[in-house]
Design a protein around this ligand. Structure first.
Ligand SMILES: [Zn+2]
Length: 354
């Protein structure tokens, strides 16, 4: 394996922090997750941990924040993260992380802890799996926006429909969806038990897991007006800090797109005390991104050569593609990622994202 690492460097030698993101570590998908590509079987997750601990140096958020030009990160550093607070964290992910000595960050939405409600993505997924996409389209029509083309897949709901509507329209859509499906979201969430409890978050925070912010209701941040930041970002941070007894210092964007990283958002994150922001576009992080904004790779492989391809090869190719085909992304990314450690987050972005 060391040989291929040398070859991968030819694609772009300055690949610094490897960040990976997982969601649900479960033996089987459920109607709440089937089709979302968020579930990784425990055996595959363990294979990923073996690969990461054999060929990389696991780091914590503190190591990343401490890294500077003079005292950088250790060779081939890797940071493991988990989004959305699935209950499977307790059953599979955390015990396996402990077995391999792997620290991690959990990015959580406080609204769904204790299974008091269903996250929007799981509700949409459940309705699509049980009633079909026609129910999703009926709920989309019910919000009165006639410009919405027919939705053919879950991916279209999350990547095209949700970002195109306001928070009020999103609430109306989710209410229409529950109404059409005859669903009591609170009751169904309680029965499904998909998410961590508040007590479990406290236990995980007391071990080697840092707690991070992922918005209160799992929203696309481009939909947030400045007046919404308190509810979605400040409130989530405060609740998570009360649960964990520790400062929440990091934020991962729901859906992971840099298009959600607006100037207003970045300013608000800094004002609230967030020191690092994470995307999920699976692009290689250059060396000078050792702080502020990091991309993460979503892992779906289950063998060493496939892990290598997902973590070392594809992110470098995407970085090259972005340089060649997305010059605006390059200038924004360069501004974001060339920020010196003491400039903080707000100095990082000079132009709003599209
Ligand atoms: Zn998420």
């Amino acid at each position: 394996m060391p040989g291929p690492f040398g070859i991968a460097r030819l694609l772009g030698p300055a690949y610094s922090l490897r960040c990976v993101v997982f969601h649900d570590i479960s033996a089987m998908e459920s109607p709440f997750t089937r089709g979302m590509r968020v579930t990784v079987p425990p055996d595959d997750f363990e294979a990923a941990l073996k690969f990461l601990t054999q060929y990389y140096t696991p780091v914590r958020l503190q190591d990343v924040l401490d890294a500077s030009e003079r005292r950088g990160l250790p060779p081939r550093p890797v940071l493991v993260t988990f989004d959305d607070g699935y209950a499977s964290m307790m059953e599979y992910a955390a015990p396996l992380c402990r077995k391999y000595g792997m620290p991690g960050i959990l990015f959580l939405n406080a609204a769904f802890l204790d299974n008091e409600g269903l996250a929007p993505d799981n509700l949409v997924c459940y309705v699509a799996n049980v009633l079909g996409m026609e129910a999703i389209n009926a709920a989309a029509r019910a919000i009165g926006n006639t410009d919405i083309p027919k939705l053919e897949s879950l991916a279209e709901v999350f990547s095209r429909f949700f970002p195109s509507i306001s928070l009020a329209e999103r609430r109306a859509f989710l209410e229409a969806l529950a109404h059409l499906g005859g669903i009591n979201g609170c009751q169904l969430a309680g029965e499904a038990g998909l998410y961590l409890t508040r007590k479990q978050v406290g236990e995980l925070a007391a071990s080697d897991f840092e707690i991070g912010n992922h918005t209160y209701n799992h929203v696309h941040c481009r939909s947030l007006a400045p007046a919404d930041f308190g509810q979605e970002i400040g409130r989530n941070k405060a609740e998570l800090e009360a649960l964990s007894g520790k400062k929440v210092r990091s934020f991962s964007l729901p859906y992971g797109s840099s298009a959600d990283l607006t100037n207003d958002l970045v300013r608000n994150l800094q004002l609230c005390g967030h020191e690092a922001v994470f995307l999920s576009e699976s692009v290689a992080n250059p060396r000078r991104s050792d702080r502020v904004c990091f991309d993460r790779v979503s892992i779906h492989a289950n063998k060493d050569d496939a892990f290598f391809f997902e973590i070392e090869v594809l992110p470098r190719l995407r970085a090259i593609r972005n340089l060649l085909w997305r010059p605006s992304a390059r200038s924004d990314g360069a501004a974001l990622r060339s920020t010196q450690p003491d400039e903080g987050i707000s100095g990082a972005v000079s132009h709003p994202k599209p």
